[in-house]
Design a protein around this ligand. Structure first.
Ligand SMILES: O=C(N[C@@H](O)C(=O)O)c1ccccc1
Length: 329
């Protein structure tokens, strides 16, 4: 019997009908201020080996933007569609977060841009980056992966990206403020070095930003105001890749790792950690279907967890069940 630390255990909520939704590649998940589940997906578009050239220029521009609504809002209990938006705007959806006012913040790795969308507006309220033009200066991103907004200061943080290795801070109205991070040097990866900063978890009460440092298979955390490295969370159980991270007020950190390379022992799974100690409290996998490329994770204060998978094109729901006293005899 698996050792469960703490008083709860996470397992799939098998009554959740969200597995039957006909979604495209699910790239981003978030919870809005009403705790509804927001899903960012790619409709009929896929990111594969032919999507970009060696200079990270998107190759399928001719297809035009995705016609379907790429942002859908679901009732977290019964997966009923409540709202959808984001049609004819995006080419390759990636990161998603929702701010305290219910605005959607997304990244598009083909456009190399970051968008702020009002919940009911068609026209974006703010766009950062130059469409379809990768770069690494103050006005360009290169396949930006995620975006998070500090609910206290309104500062915007962007993890940039597959082809850059930095976190950029913008002012609430989108002006460049500062950046930190550098590519992982050969061999050892030091604090503040990234190999695909892939997902952000903003921790307002501790004024920290944690980053899923994907190909280094670790989480790095930094001070919001200065970008100063504060800590790293890394476990052998993560294996080689750590894809996404999500923080829940009260001190729990959730994460999903990558599928193991052939011959590697660490399996693909969800992790629950105690933020202050970094210790793994529990791990979880689906009962129905299996993780293929779990790509984002979001958790709510009652420890309901959603995982979106870009290859399985699925969203699983997990709930925490009270631990029964197991007497393994
Ligand atoms: O990582 C990749 N994709 C996922 O992260 C995603 O789809 O966001 C990828 C890498 C190489 C080629 C094609 C896709």
């Amino acid at each position: 019997e698996k050792e469960h630390k703490g008083d709860f255990h996470i397992e799939e909520a098998v009554e959740w009908t969200g597995l039957d939704l006909k979604l495209g590649q699910v790239s981003g998940l978030a919870l809005d201020p009403k705790n509804n589940l927001v899903v960012f997906h790619r409709g009929d578009r896929v990111w594969d080996e032919n999507s970009f050239d060696s200079k990270f220029i998107y190759q399928q521009r001719g297809l035009g933007p995705i016609e379907q609504n790429t942002i859908i809002v679901l009732n977290p209990s019964n997966a009923k569609l409540l709202h959808s938006t984001g049609k004819s705007l995006f080419y390759l959806p990636h990161g998603l977060s929702v701010d305290k006012n219910g605005n959607y913040w997304v990244t598009d790795v083909a456009l190399h841009q970051v968008f702020k969308l009002g919940a009911n507006d068609k026209e974006p309220l703010l766009i950062l980056g130059v469409p379809l033009q990768p770069g690494s200066d103050k006005n360009h991103f290169c396949q930006p992966t995620d975006v998070a907004v500090d609910p206290i200061t309104g500062s915007i943080y962007v993890s940039d990206g597959y082809c850059n290795s930095r976190i950029i801070q913008f002012s609430p109205n989108g002006l460049y403020v500062m950046q930190w991070g550098e590519d992982t040097s050969l061999g050892r990866s030091r604090p503040g070095q990234f190999s695909i900063p892939h997902s952000l978890a903003l921790i307002p009460d501790l004024s920290q930003l944690c980053v899923a440092d994907r190909e280094n298979g670790r989480i790095q955390c930094f001070r919001l105001e200065t970008g100063e490295f504060t800590r790293e969370i890394k476990h052998k159980a993560f294996g080689r890749e750590l894809f996404a991270v999500s923080y829940v007020p009260g001190g729990l950190l959730f994460a999903v790792n990558g599928i193991p390379y052939p011959g590697e022992a660490e399996s693909v799974q969800g992790f629950v950690m105690n933020f202050s100690t970094g210790e793994i409290i529990d791990t979880f996998i689906p009962l129905r279907k299996s993780f293929e490329m779990p790509h984002d994770i979001v958790a709510s204060e009652d420890r309901t967890v959603f995982v979106g998978d870009v290859h399985a094109k699925a969203v699983w729901k997990f709930a925490s069940v009270e631990k029964m006293e197991h007497r393994s005899v």
